[in-house]
Write a protein that binds this ligand. Structure first.
Ligand code: UT7
Length: 328
């Protein structure tokens, strides 16, 4: 049976760099606090009004089609993972398809918080395995700056914007592709990390705006507690399930929310720090985009067939781990 393989990967990163120094002028914080508690030094922000995730997503897809020599007409599915869509509807996948001239595809958006890449890649893998799609464009993109309250020091240092587009195809080669994944959800998380207003429960009103309920709320301490244990447990479980020893793993690509969560996951897996890929200092937390952003950023280090473990924890709660063999 064919497995899903990422055969091309390109990113779109907004030019504007929001530094810790600039944040110091906006809220009562310090470069030292942000570095020590999170590992973040700067993040990229899509500044201009009227531009959404589709702006970065379409840019990444154009680069992807060009880099892989793929015709837009040959794409049969476009899936976009985002919790910051251009609009609640239509799907941002449609908008991206229209902007880049993909006409023969169907597709949809998915939302799984910071586990978004794991959930969306395991979904498109199912279409590949079932033989229902041959060339899928998977876009993971977030414009989290648009829902970040830059008067709230608890959340405003954390988030950044970016989009990554991947070409996903099937392969019969057992030395590459998606081997296995384990995904989880627990709705208890909805009390600790959410955007309260703007949906059907609390439609937008002058009052919801005045109460700042359209911004990200996070109870950081509680989310941290769940994230540390669940991300480490599910990553260790994936190793056990496949009898993988630390030496068998080339790289861990963790969701980039907090350096301390990343370190705890690597240690639990018995990995040397040199195998744990980190770029949180440059991009901050880009939600479900952070794992593909790291795959793109570090791709020159990977060899075809390298064993990668990808793991994440996010809003919902959602969490999971994936065993993937690099296929480019
Ligand atoms: O990506 C999806 C899932 N999300 C995560 O995995 C994030 C999980 N949570 C975290 O990463 C951490 O909880 C944060 C980085 C968000 C916060 O770090 P923390 O070590 O848990 O800090 P805290 O919220 O417990 O706050 C500690 C202190 C507090 O002061 P007091 O009460 O001890 O006097 C905060 O008011 O730090 C204060 N504080 C700040 N100080 C300076 C909170 N934010 C800031 C800030 N600058 N930006």
């Amino acid at each position: 049976m064919k497995r899903a393989v990422i055969t091309g990967i390109e990113a779109s990163i907004p030019d504007y760099v929001l530094t810790n120094a600039e944040l110091e002028t906006m809220v009562d914080t310090s470069d030292q606090w942000i570095r020590e508690r999170t590992g973040i030094v700067e993040r990229h922000i899509l500044k201009q009004d009227g531009l959404g995730v589709s702006e970065m997503g379409a840019d990444a897809v154009r680069k992807l089609l060009s880099a892989t020599g793929t015709k837009a007409d040959d794409i049969d599915m476009v899936v976009c993972h985002t919790v910051s869509p251009d609009m609640l509807f239509p799907a941002t996948a449609n908008v991206i398809s229209d902007k880049v001239g993909i006409k023969n595809a169907w597709g949809f958006d998915m939302g799984a918080g910071c586990s978004g890449f794991l959930f969306s890649f395991s979904t498109v893998d199912a279409f590949i395995r079932a033989g229902r799609a041959k060339k899928i464009v998977l876009v993971c993109g977030e414009r989290l700056s648009g829902m970040t309250d830059y008067t709230d020091r608890n959340t405003c240092p954390l988030f950044g914007d970016a989009a990554v587009a991947m070409l996903v195809e099937g392969s019969d080669d057992p030395t590459i592709g998606l081997v296995d994944y384990e995904n989880h959800v627990d709705g208890i998380g909805r009390h600790y990390l959410y955007q309260k207003a703007g949906g059907s429960m609390y439609p937008p009103t002058a009052e919801t705006v005045a109460r700042r309920e359209h911004y990200i709320y996070q109870d950081g301490k509680t989310v941290f507690k769940y994230a540390v244990s669940n991300m480490a447990d599910v990553s260790a479980a994936m190793m056990e399930r496949h009898s993988l020893q630390p030496d068998d793993i080339a790289w861990l690509i963790p969701h980039q929310a907090n350096l301390r969560i990343i370190a705890a996951t690597g240690h639990r897996m018995g990995l040397d720090d040199s195998k744990v890929l980190v770029n949180i200092e440059k991009f901050g937390n880009t939600g479900g985009t952070s794992i593909p952003l790291a795959l793109w950023d570090f791709k020159d280090r990977f060899k075809r067939g390298d064993n990668l473990i990808l793991s994440a924890f996010g809003a919902g709660f959602t969490w999971g781990a994936m065993y993937y063999k690099w296929g480019i």
